[in-house]
Design a protein. Structure first.
Length: 258
């Protein structure tokens, strides 16, 4: 049966010395994955050994086979991690116990054993963070396409994204944006309507979710595309939103300032 447990990796890892060497990073993540998430007893040979959370027994031969890194290199980087205060190493003549330092602080997942208030609070915070990350990802991905660039992730846009996430997954929305961008900017297709992110979320996801269907629906039969403009002309901008806060770019096109 596959192990479906998980570990936490913090973004600040990318700023650490560990991240600067691929072998060191691989060994560190391997240590985190090997470490136990609860106290337990194991039998090693004929000996019963008690392991605490964040500990595991390492054998050099097995580690070399798993990591596909020379044993001397593994021990070099393990000692480096020890010097950095990230692990502790306890050697015997038969085995080595690796201890992840500060395991409870960084990897504690025993939320269910705390009070209901704490558990609910953690769960709510986690859900909010996940939702926030999805909204930022969708907003950033949209702006990166340069169709209509929004200056801020407003409450109104957030509400539209949240509403769309009830019907579609994040990956489906990103795929629909990508498909829309491709068809809008290609002369092979007659679609020329430029939406803001809010408009796209309301009207465009279903139209562009499946690329092959969208291509078939909007392919230019005569081969003459009309998709030269990637933003609104001034007259078109005023027609769509006369009171809008439009920003003129160097290409003489206008983008909604938000």
């Amino acid at each position: 049966m596959a192990d479906e447990s998980w570990i936490k990796l913090y973004r600040k890892l990318t700023e650490s010395l560990v991240f600067s060497n691929e072998k060191c990073l691989k060994i560190w993540i391997w240590c985190l994955c090997k470490a136990g998430y609860a106290d337990k007893e194991i039998v090693f040979g004929r000996q019963k050994i008690k392991l605490k959370k964040g500990q595991f027994i390492m054998g050099g031969i097995k580690a070399e086979e798993t990591l596909r890194i020379a044993r001397t290199t593994i021990y070099y980087w393990l000692n480096f991690l020890k010097d950095e205060g990230m692990i502790d190493i306890k050697k015997t003549n038969k085995y080595t116990i690796i201890t992840i330092q500060n395991w409870d602080e960084y990897q504690n997942v025993d939320i269910k054993k705390t009070s209901n208030v704490t558990s609910d609070g953690h769960q709510m915070d986690t859900n909010k963070n996940i939702k926030k990350d999805k909204n930022i990802n969708i907003y950033t991905y949209w702006n990166g396409k340069g169709i209509i660039v929004h200056r801020n992730l407003t409450e109104k846009i957030n509400r539209k994204i949240n509403g769309s996430l009830k019907d579609y997954t994040e990956s489906e929305i990103l795929q629909a944006i990508s498909n829309y961008d491709l068809i809008l900017k290609s002369n092979e297709y007659f679609w020329t309507h430029v939406w803001s992110l809010e408009e796209f979320l309301q009207r465009g996801i279903e139209k562009f979710l499946d690329l092959e269907i969208a291509k078939n629906n909007y392919r230019n039969k005569n081969g003459n595309g009309n998709n030269e403009n990637m933003g609104y002309t001034y007259s078109k901008a005023m027609e769509i939103n006369p009171a809008g806060d439009w920003e003129k770019r160097t290409d003489n096109l206008f983008y909604l300032r938000k």
